[in-house]
Design a protein around this ligand. Structure first.
Ligand code: CO
Length: 160
């Protein structure tokens, strides 16, 4: 298990574009493991490689409830729209409302180098759209509707 340091808003690397992964090799697999470990350690809903300083198009997300790494993710279809609170491990302590598609069809390469296609809805759709934005140097704070809230002021579903 290897944790990586999460880069925070203000770090210029977060504004750079990530490159396509040309080949899934041992190094790709090592990065994938570290992304999963780091996402789980910080209870993230997703983590893009750029957030740990690696400018490759890779992200850890949840696909049908299971944590996994997607490589070169591409949205090939979008449906609906839903506005919900969103946060980011690179912007700790804050959250804000962002409008995203409700359902997406995602194409990606898995850590075995296999091409996959999957439909994601609601929370999981939101997460991959957020991570693909990271790969373009976009933070959710660029897209927030209204103001950014401090997490201390917000009660999340299920919390007392
Ligand atoms: Co983020």
């Amino acid at each position: 298990m290897a944790l990586r340091e999460v880069r925070l808003d203000g770090d210029p690397i977060l504004r750079k574009k990530s490159r396509i992964v040309e080949k899934v090799d041992d190094r790709t697999k090592m990065i994938a493991e570290d992304l999963l470990d780091t996402m789980e350690e910080y209870n993230g809903a997703g983590l893009a490689a750029v957030q740990v300083g690696i400018l490759r198009r890779m992200a850890a997300i949840y696909v049908e409830g299971e944590a996994q790494v997607v490589i070169n993710p591409e949205i090939i279809e979008k449906q609906g729209s839903i506005t919900k609170l969103e946060g980011c491990l690179s912007v700790p302590g804050f959250c804000g409302e962002v409008e995203r598609a409700e359902k997406v069809k995602l194409k990606y390469i898995d850590v075995e180098g296999k091409e996959k296609e999957v439909e994601l809805v609601d929370f999981e759709a939101r997460a991959i759209l957020h991570e693909i934005d990271h790969m373009e140097g976009i933070l959710y704070t660029d897209l927030v509707i209204g103001e950014l809230y401090s997490e201390d002021d917000i009660k999340f579903e299920g919390e007392e």
